[in-house]
Design a protein around this ligand. Structure first.
Ligand SMILES: *Cc1c(COP(=O)(O)O)cnc(C)c1O
Length: 394
C-alpha cells in the first residue's frame, strides 16, 4: 500500500505566522486604545506620523484612511481638479489613475520601462515633447487642452522608479511629483535616499498585504514642505480650520487610532521582514539560475545601487497563464499584477486609447507573475516553488 503525502499549500501571502509571533505585543496596544476610548486622531496616530516620516526621511507625516485616500489627499492638496491632468504609469494598481480621474482630472499614461515595469523617463519626455506645450507659465497637454499639474510615478513591486531622471524632468516643467510608494516603504535609490522623500508628496498604503500591513485599511502621506503638510492635515478633516469653519472643501480621510496602534508595533519589525523578503528574492534568483531557467523566464531586474523591498517577486513568462495554472495544481499561490493596463480599462474608454499605445505595459500585462516572497516563506517552500516552475519547463 502506498500513501500519498500531500504537501501543504504554499500561499502567495501568509500573515498568520506574523500574527502569532506578535500577538502578545499587539493585543495590549489595542487594549490601551480601548481603555483610552480615544479613537480619532489620538496619540498613536501622531506618533506613527512622526515615526513613518522619520523612517522615510521626510519632515512631515499625515495619516490617512487608506493608500488610495493618501493619493487623493495629495492631489487635493496640490489643487488638482477639472481641466488638469497628471502624467502617470499605465501599469499599476487602479487607485493610481482612479484618484486622478475621480477629482475630474485626466490621467496621461506614459509607457513603462521594460526591465523594471516602472514609469519610463524616456516615455515621459517623449509625451511632453510630442504632446505638450508651454504657455501662460504652465505646461499644457495639447490633445486634451488640460493643464499638466503633476507627475505621479509608482514604485512598483517595491523598487523605486527612476527618480534621478524623473524628478529633474518634472522640475524643468514646473510639475509637482507625487510618489505612489504604496508598495515601497523603505525602498531606496542610490545614496540611500528613501521612497517618500524623493518627490513633493509621498503616498503609502498599509493595506494588509503591503510590507507594513494594518488590520484593515490605512495609509499615510509624507511631505518636506510644512505648508503643504498643514494643508493636507486640514483637508483630511473636511477642510475645517478651526473646527466647523471651512475655507477648503476636504473629506474624511483620517487614519484610525486602532490601526495606528497596530502599525506602531509592527513598524519595529519592518526592517527584519524586509531583509527576509530580500533574502528570499536573492534565493529565488540563485535557484532559478542554477536550474538553468534564467533565459526562459525573466527574473526581476534591480537597478544598480537600489534597495528593492520586494513587496512582490515578479517573474516574466511567455507562457504565463499555463505556468500559473500548473502552479495552482501544485497548490502554489500566485497573482498577476496586473492583467489589464490602466490605459485599456473600460472606465477610461473615453480617453480613446487603443492597444499599442503603451506597448511595454501591454507586454508586461501578458507575462508577469508574482510568486510567494513574504517574510515567513520557508526555504523548503521556496525550493518547492522553484522545482514546480522547473518541472513546468521540462
Ligand atoms: C495598494 C496600492 C494602492 C492603494 O492602497 P490602498 O491602501 O489599498 O487604498 C495604490 N497604489 C498602489 C501601487 C498600490 O499597490
Amino acid at each position: 500500500m502506498t500513501t500519498t503525502v500531500v504537501r501543504p499549500e504554499i500561499p502567495l501571502l501568509d500573515l498568520k505566522a506574523q500574527w502569532r509571533a506578535l500577538r502578545d505585543e499587539i493585543l495590549p496596544a489595542i487594549e490601551a486604545v480601548c481603555e483610552s476610548q480615544h479613537f480619532i486622531l489620538g496619540p498613536n496616530v501622531a506618533a506613527l506620523e512622526r515615526e513613518i516620516a522619520a523612517y522615510s526621511q521626510a519632515a512631515h507625516g499625515i495619516g490617512t484612511s487608506s493608500g488610495t485616500d493618501a493619493l487623493l489627499l495629495a492631489l487635493m492638496a496640490l489643487g488638482v481638479g477639472p481641466g488638469d491632468s497628471v502624467l502617470t504609469s499605465p501599469y499599476s494598481f487602479f487607485a493610481t489613475a482612479g484618484t486622478i480621474a475621480r477629482l475630474g482630472a485626466r490621467p496621461i499614461f506614459c509607457d513603462i520601462d521594460a526591465d523594471t515595469c516602472n514609469l519610463s523617463p524616456a516615455a515621459v519626455r517623449q509625451t511632453i515633447e510630442r504632446d505638450c506645450e508651454r504657455r501662460e507659465g504652465g505646461l499644457w497637454h495639447r490633445p486634451s487642452g488640460t493643464r499638466v499639474r503633476a507627475l505621479m510615478p509608482v514604485h512598483l513591486y517595491g523598487q523605486c522608479a527612476d527618480m534621478e531622471a524623473l524628478v529633474p524632468l518634472a522640475s524643468a516643467h514646473g510639475l509637482a511629483v507625487i510618489e505612489d510608494a504604496a508598495q515601497a516603504i523603505g525602498a531606496e535609490i542610490g545614496g540611500g535616499r528613501r521612497a517618500g522623500s524623493l518627490g513633493t508628496i509621498g503616498c503609502f498604503s498599509f493595506f494588509p498585504s503591503k510590507n507594513l500591513g494594518a488590520f484593515g485599511d490605512a495609509g499615510l502621506c509624507t511631505a518636506a514642505d510644512a505648508e503643504l503638510a498643514e494643508r493636507m492635515r486640514v483637508l483630511r478633516v473636511h477642510g475645517g480650520k478651526p473646527k466647523y469653519h471651512h475655507a477648503l472643501i476636504g473629506a474624511n480621510l483620517r487614519l484610525d487610532e486602532l490601526q495606528a496602534a497596530v502599525l506602531r508595533v509592527k513598524l519595529a519589525h519592518l526592517d527584519r521582514w524586509t531583509e527576509a523578503r530580500r533574502t528570499n528574492a536573492a534565493r529565488y534568483d540563485a535557484a532559478f539560475r542554477a536550474a538553468g531557467l534564467a533565459g526562459t523566464i525573466g527574473l526581476p531586474r534591480v537597478r544598480e545601487g537600489d534597495r528593492h523591498v520586494f513587496n512582490q517577486y515578479v517573474i516574466r513568462s511567455p507562457r504565463r497563464d499555463a505556468l500559473r495554472a500548473h502552479l495552482a495544481t501544485e497548490r502554489i499561490g500566485t497573482e498577476v499584477y496586473y492583467p489589464v493596463p490602466l490605459h485599456l480599462q473600460a472606465c477610461f474608454a473615453s480617453l480613446g486609447h487603443v492597444p499599442g499605445d503603451c506597448p511595454q505595459a501591454e507586454a508586461a500585462a501578458a507575462c508577469t507573475l508574482a510568486l510567494p516572497v513574504h517574510p515567513d516563506l520557508q526555504p523548503e517552500q521556496l525550493d518547492a516553488v522553484v522545482a514546480a516552475v522547473a518541472a513546468f519547463h521540462e
